[in-house]
Design a protein around this ligand. Structure first.
Ligand code: URA
Length: 227
């Protein structure tokens, strides 16, 4: 898969940013970007992007165990996902809820820890109104953060601080996003160089209100019909 940071000239990026070159991901991204897409279809697009980005992120991240199973014909080697290694999904509300169903379809045993962050439209700072993270995150826990828009990086930096303070290992954290922009990626890269991001695309930049351009608008408003 293409590791995209250097292609975009973001030479200082240390963290790994993957943009899966898959037609299904491109299709649902196009649906999500289109301003004429109604809310119900926008939610479908986020669900599908959540599913396929989680699929890509989980490739070398889930831990497996080797064993054997008995087929109707004979014994054969088998690989299962190890249920003893904890997996956690952290949707950042509101918009992260849109990616959650797709992520859970692939990670049905994962614990889901909701984190509600609101962005002050003047200062662009994130403030927390709901934090369901546990007091401690067990060693080896795989953490998947669902955050569709990586814009200024305020919310994702907040989430990463809360997670690492509780023991999460940044090298075992994966972020799935729909649109990522350079300011957020640079912020994450400086603080967490071992982190990996899976995004449907990387866009040019931000406007003066902190929205990604061309982006897809306000993901929370579009998902919940509150435009
Ligand atoms: N949040 C959004 O929903 N959209 C943006 O473009 C940036 C942050």
């Amino acid at each position: 898969m293409v590791q995209i940071g250097h292609i975009l000239g973001i030479m200082s990026l240390q963290l790994r940013v993957f943009v899966p070159p898959h037609p299904v991901i491109k299709h649902w991204l196009a649906v999500a970007r289109d301003r004429h897409t109604p809310s119900v279809l926008f939610r479908t697009a986020l669900t599908e992007l959540g599913r396929w980005l989680t699929y890509e992120a989980a490739r070398d991240w889930l831990v497996t165990v080797e064993t054997t199973v008995q087929t109707p014909l004979r014994e054969c080697p088998a690989t299962f996902i190890n249920p003893e290694v904890p997996v956690a999904v952290v949707p950042i509300l509101r918009a992260g809820l849109g990616l959650l169903d797709g992520a859970q379809a692939l990670l049905p045993l994962a614990s889901v820890y909701h984190l509600g962050l609101a962005r002050d439209e003047e200062t662009l700072q994130a403030s927390c109104y709901l934090n369901k993270l546990p007091e401690a995150i067990a060693p080896q826990t795989r953490v998947l953060i669902c955050e569709p828009m990586l814009a200024t990086g305020g919310s994702i930096a907040y989430a990463m601080r809360e997670l690492t303070q509780r023991g999460a290992d940044p090298a075992l954290v994966r972020i799935i996003s729909v649109v990522a922009a350079r300011p957020a990626l640079q912020k994450l890269s400086q603080a967490y160089p071992s982190l990996q991001v899976y995004s449907a695309c990387i866009d040019e930049g931000l406007n003066d209100r902190g929205y990604i351009v061309p982006g897809l608008g306000d993901a929370g408003d579009r998902a919940f019909g509150t435009d």
